[in-house]
Design a protein around this ligand. Structure first.
Ligand code: NAD
Length: 321
């Protein structure tokens, strides 16, 4: 399905959502962003989109905005996306990720709009999953964040059946790219890039051994657009395992730094390996990740440094790089 006219992006002031907004605008859509700006930043939202600042757990406010927008498609990225917060405040995690998603599904049913829901791979599949993990593996989340995303997936699929709408669930790998914050708990590419730019030693948990399936945000955006109107649950990943040590080496090479990171033990509850099988998305959506990690990291480092330079005092000339 090709999207047109009005679309809604929840979480459109966030890292991934803001790129989705840009792509939808470039395709000629009218874009309404719904975001409570809890971790998002209004400056990320393109001027051509309209921003509605509201919390998706507020069903009445959400209903008013969605009824007024009457969208053709809803890209649902708003979430409590921190694993740590999900452990310290599982009730809020559940409110936003489960109840908020349910509110959205009800509003989508009234508008007759398909939902493209962003779930997660690693946090869902857990440590016992085969590598690369297929969608058929029964999830075994390690933290409330994985549990709330899994519960939300179940609602999305149930509402797809009961309302006969082609909702899609996309289980994303570890997404990286420009606009990712270096100040969150995740986003290791942004965190390493920031440390390298400042000439500071980065902390490398698990002594650099844990692996992840890193995917560039532009590939994720393409998957979201291609999944519009196609029901199902899809891994959106590269199928390639990259260790944190390898990732650091590529970034340090790009930054021209020989600074060694500080090796630390794996944090409690952290995954050792994560890599997903993307073949279903290839077969059904005709989608595959196109950006090789070395190219994606080099482009991301350059983009992130431009953002750091615009917002922070430059690092002292004596420090690396
Ligand atoms: N970044 C990744 O590697 C990754 C991996 C797997 C899944 N995801 C999922 O992709 C989506 C986007 O992630 P991101 O990395 O861009 O995170 P992000 O924190 O940058 O974006 C989330 C956005 O949702 C907004 N939001 C949070 N709670 C809200 C609420 N109650 N009401 C309205 N808006 C709310 C935030 O302000 C923010 O703008 C999330 O659903 C996340 O779980 C991300």
């Amino acid at each position: 399905m090709s999207v047109s006219d009005t679309v809604v992006v929840t979480g459109g002031a966030g890292f991934i959502g803001s790129h989705v907004v840009d792509a939808l605008l470039a395709d000629g859509n009218r874009v309404v962003v719904i975001d409570d700006l809890s971790t998002g930043d209004a400056r990320r939202v393109a001027a051509d989109a309209s921003l509605e600042v509201l919390d998706i757990t507020d069903q009445a406010a959400l209903t008013v905005v969605l009824d007024r927008a009457s969208p053709n498609a809803i890209y649902h990225l708003a979430a409590q996306a921190s694993v740590t917060v999900s452990v310290t405040d599982p009730a809020r995690d559940c409110d936003v990720n489960v109840q908020g998603t349910l509110n959205l599904l009800e509003a989508a049913r009234r508008c007759g709009a398909p939902v493209i829901f962003t779930s997660t791979g690693g946090a869902l599949y857990g440590n016992r999953a085969p590598i690369p993990t297929p969608e058929t593996f029964i999830p075994s989340p390690l933290a409330p964040y994985g549990a709330s995303k899994w519960a939300a997936e179940a609602y999305v699929l149930t509402w797809a059946n009961s309302s006969a709408l082609p909702h899609a669930v996309l289980r994303l790998g570890n997404v990286y790219g420009p606009r990712q914050s270096p100040h969150g708990e995740a986003g290791v590419v942004a965190i390493f890039s920031h440390a390298l730019w400042r000439g500071e030693r980065a902390r490398m948990f698990g002594h650099g051994k844990p692996t992840r399936d890193y995917i560039h945000v532009a590939d994720v955006v393409a998957a979201m657009l291609q999944a519009t109107g196609t029901p199902g649950t899809f891994n959106i990943a590269t199928g390639i395992e990259t260790s944190v040590r390898e990732l650091y080496s590529i970034l340090a090479g790009t930054a021209g730094s020989s600074l060694e990171p500080e090796p630390l033990p794996l944090r409690e509850g952290e995954l050792e390996r994560s890599c997903m099988d993307p073949s279903l998305a290839r077969q059904v959506l005709g989608w595959r990740a196109r950006i090789p990690i070395a190219d994606g990291l080099a482009q991301t480092y350059t983009g992130l440094v431009a953002e750091f330079e615009a917002r922070e005092p430059a690092p002292t000339p004596t420090s690396e790089p």
